[in-house]
Design a protein around this ligand. Structure first.
Ligand code: FAD
Ligand code: NAP
Length: 346
């Protein structure tokens, strides 16, 4: 066998690829060119070509946390790397290694079927496994960092594959080293460490309500089902109404700021955060400013959850960002708090 037979081939390059169905806002988007990445080994050659031709590039998972312009110049890498397997199991933990392109909810669902409880609070979050560490996805008091052992990625600075232990990922509330350093790492695989010891996490009121009065502790499968039910009722299905989930991060303020706000707004909804600061419920602030259910042209604020901005049809990134700015301005005027946009703006 000669060496060219072993060399990884470039994946298929598609020019002018429509991405309306690969961004959950449902914006009319066209990628100048797109590679479908189905194996990590394809990445070095693709990145070499991009570097040689000095092309703009970006990585796209399921497109559920992005705001895309009408045209994406240069090259878009569509992460479709498949595969999931249990790679280790001992008395305390099960380690599962999963390809970056695997659908997140499918993986959570599979883990419950495999009797690996832990991820149930994170059910029904759209997107891919590879994107989950980027903003350290979280819901109902759980976050993906709780379960990550290490991450395999292509380091574009070193032009080499690396394995990053959890400690190197600098996970924080909806944040990570990857989010702080976009374009540095392309995640190809995630190794999850799922502890065998398990306790239900029911501190969120919507979830606790589902099991109130029960004599026995709910199972992980019951919590998984409850989370799916609550989310389906409360959040818009992107297949029906375009959205990217929460549009703003919950602001984290100092205790002094919090006490000051309480003086003028005694009903303020907030929670202690992981670092001893105070987390304000951004959805509540937006609701109080009167935006919930409002429509501006083709975009608006979802009627059941003011934190979710929606595309009713032919809205664009500019429309959403204009609406976001008017919300940010009003919330700052009333509460003196700056709302930061959560999805990634390309
Ligand atoms: P994309 O939107 O495609 O990409 C997001 C970012 O990650 C981009 O910067 C992209 O470049 C980068 N990226 C993607 N894949 C890779 C990779 N393999 N390597 C390197 N970078 C990569 N989020 C929560 O945290 N909690 C929730 O409960 C939640 N609920 C949601 C509900 C709805 C209805 C929607 C639409 C979104 C919700 N989100 C939530 C946001 C979103 O689902 C997550 O952020 C998800 O992880 C994004 O995955 P994705 O594959 O769609 O990523
Ligand atoms: P919710 O339960 O109505 O709560 C509103 C806000 O209050 C949330 O942002 C949540 O913070 C916070 N909160 C509620 N109970 C809390 C508690 N016991 N301890 C600490 N914080 C508490 O929220 P929701 O809109 O229905 O969403 C439910 C869960 O799904 C939340 O965890 C939310 O983050 C997640 N979600 C995320 C997205 C996204 O795109 N990022 C979209 C939809 C849902 P946290 O956000 O910090 O949890």
């Amino acid at each position: 066998m000669n060496s060219t037979q072993n060399a990884p081939t470039l994946p298929k390059l598609t020019p002018n690829m429509a991405l309306k169905h690969r961004n959950t806002f449902g914006f009319e988007v066209c990628a100048e060119s797109a590679y479908e990445i189905t194996a990590a080994e394809q990445i070095p050659k693709v990145m070499q070509q991009i570097a040689e031709q000095k092309l703009a590039w970006r990585v796209l998972g399921g497109g559920s946390n992005v705001i895309l312009p009408k045209v994406l110049p240069g090259v878009t890498l569509l992460m479709n790397i498949p595969g999931q397997e249990i790679t280790r199991s001992d008395e305390s933990n099960t380690v599962v290694t999963v390809g970056a392109g695997v659908n997140w909810h499918d993986f959570v669902s599979w883990s419950i079927e495999q009797q690996l409880p832990g991820l149930e609070n994170l059910a029904l979050i759209p997107g891919t496994v590879g994107a989950a560490p980027i903003q350290n996805i979280g819901a109902y008091g759980a976050e993906v960092a709780d379960f990550i052992e290490s991450i395999e990625a292509f380091d574009t600075a070193a032009h080499a594959f690396v394995t990053l232990p959890k400690a190197a990922c600098q996970f924080a509330y909806r944040d990570s080293y990857f989010k702080q350093n976009p374009h540095r790492f392309i995640v190809t695989k995630v190794a999850f460490k799922i502890p065998k010891a398990w306790e239900p996490r029911l501190q969120y009121a919507d979830l606790a309500r589902q099991f109130a009065g029960a004599d026995t502790k709910p199972t992980a499968r019951q919590i998984f089902t409850a989370v799916c039910t609550i989310r389906s009722q409360k959040l818009p299905d992107p297949k029906v109404i375009g959205n990217a989930g929460s549009f703003f991060q919950n602001p984290i303020v100092t205790d002094k700021q919090y006490q000051g706000l309480l003086q003028t707004h005694p009903q303020l909804v907030s929670y202690p955060d992981q670092t001893g600061m105070r987390k304000l419920a951004a959805g509540w602030l937006i609701d109080q400013c009167g935006f919930k259910g409002q429509t501006v042209g083709s975009v608006g604020v979802y009627k059941n959850q003011a934190l979710v901005l929606v595309n009713h049809g032919d809205g664009t990134a500019e429309d959403i960002l204009d609406l976001a700015k008017s919300i940010q301005d009003k919330v700052r005027e009333v509460y003196g708090v700056q709302l930061e946009i959560e999805p990634n703006i390309f």
